[in-house]
Design a protein. Structure first.
Length: 355
């Protein structure tokens, strides 16, 4: 990560990993190579532009995210292609793999089925918290049903052909879950599909974070996202939608932190022919162009998708304007999709403060 200029700094913190006080670092720009991890793309990488910091987490390190905002909502891990469906049962211990409802749903509850209905079994790709596949947790206990949970796929280690990716390993199997409320806390019940007893854990909201994350592997809360005011972009595998064909996996994807008020818009220099990355200034920013209700403004739009016999490639005609969580305006342009050997999973971008 090449630092161009550090202009101001002040920080207070209770510990080194979770700064609690205001951070007023402002970076004028940098050249950044997020550590996505190569063609298996094992990492999600969070980027904070104003501090020029990145946080990489293995994308299978979490399963569920419990929303810290006013709503009681729970997300599933789309980076490993999880999916879920509500069952009619309220008794988690009574559900098993032999139930007809489970048997009927299992072929449908997955990413990449090319069935339009599969989008109903994943979280809204826009990032709209009201569009979670798991319904809002109700104060009325009987309204909170058991869910059939497809745990998605392992991160593979097989090295694919140069220029391609291998991001879906073995299936991780199934679980059943039920989520209740206890005051301002969540109560998660979970078990293997044929278990006749279940585990239960209470999960509290963390107001400085978008979500509190939970892993079935460790059976505990895990640290994933930085504080909600301390990241702007996330490089990740992503469950998106192909209209008419349902939920589908995308590599080399970038989302912005709309829950932390990071907004973005794209400039296509083939359309806005008078604008270039180099000549764009703060005076050129159009506030009305920022997208507030969709985290996919960058998404995969920075690359050409490729197709049979051709590999994806970098677009050289687009750049982005970012209003970060601290209210700074940056311009951002992608420099690379691959490393010098042509291997995927090595993105690079440059950004500059507009002032």
């Amino acid at each position: 990560m090449g630092l161009l200029l550090l202009t101001t700094f002040s920080c207070s913190s209770d510990d080194d990993n979770n700064p609690s006080g205001p951070i007023t670092i402002v970076i004028e720009g940098a050249d950044v190579a997020p550590e996505v991890g190569g063609p298996n793309e094992p990492n999600q990488v969070y980027v904070d532009l104003s501090t020029n910091t990145t946080t990489a987490v293995q994308r299978d390190s979490w399963d569920l995210g419990f929303y810290s905002g006013a709503d009681f909502r729970v997300i599933i891990n789309g980076s490993i292609f999880m999916a879920t469906a509500q069952l009619s049962a309220t008794d988690i211990d009574a559900v098993s793999s032999s139930d007809q409802e489970v048997l009927d749903l299992q072929p449908q509850v997955r990413v990449g089925s090319f069935e339009a209905e599969s989008i109903n079994f994943v979280d809204a790709p826009s990032g709209d918290i009201t569009g979670t596949a798991i319904a809002e947790i109700s104060d009325t206990e009987s309204n909170n049903k058991v869910y059939l949970l497809n745990l998605g796929n392992e991160i593979p280690t097989t090295v694919p052909a140069t220029g391609t990716v291998a991001v879906k390993g073995d299936a991780r199997g199934w679980k059943k879950i039920r989520i209740l409320k206890d005051g301002d806390n969540y109560v998660l019940q979970y078990a293997d599909l044929d278990a006749t007893t279940h585990q239960e854990v209470t999960i509290s909201k963390r107001n400085d974070y978008n979500f509190t994350f939970f892993s079935f592997n460790t059976e505990s809360e895990v640290n994933v996202e930085p504080m909600k005011s301390n990241w702007d972009l996330n490089f990740t595998e992503f469950t998106n939608e192909i209209e008419g064909y349902g939920a589908y996996s995308y590599s080399d994807f970038v989302v912005n932190n709309i829950k932390g008020n990071t907004t973005v818009y794209m400039i296509d220099t083939e359309i806005d022919t008078e604008l270039t990355y180099d000549n764009f200034t703060l005076a050129d920013v159009v506030d009305a162009n920022f997208v507030y209700n969709d985290q996919r403004t960058i998404g995969s739009s920075w690359r050409v998708g490729g197709g049979p016999g051709t590999q994806p490639s970098l677009k050289d005609n687009v750049f982005y304007i970012v209003n970060d969580t601290d209210g700074n305006f940056y311009k951002l342009k992608f420099l690379a999709l691959t490393n010098e050997s042509g291997e995927r999973g090595y993105p690079e971008f440059v950004y500059s403060l507009l002032q």
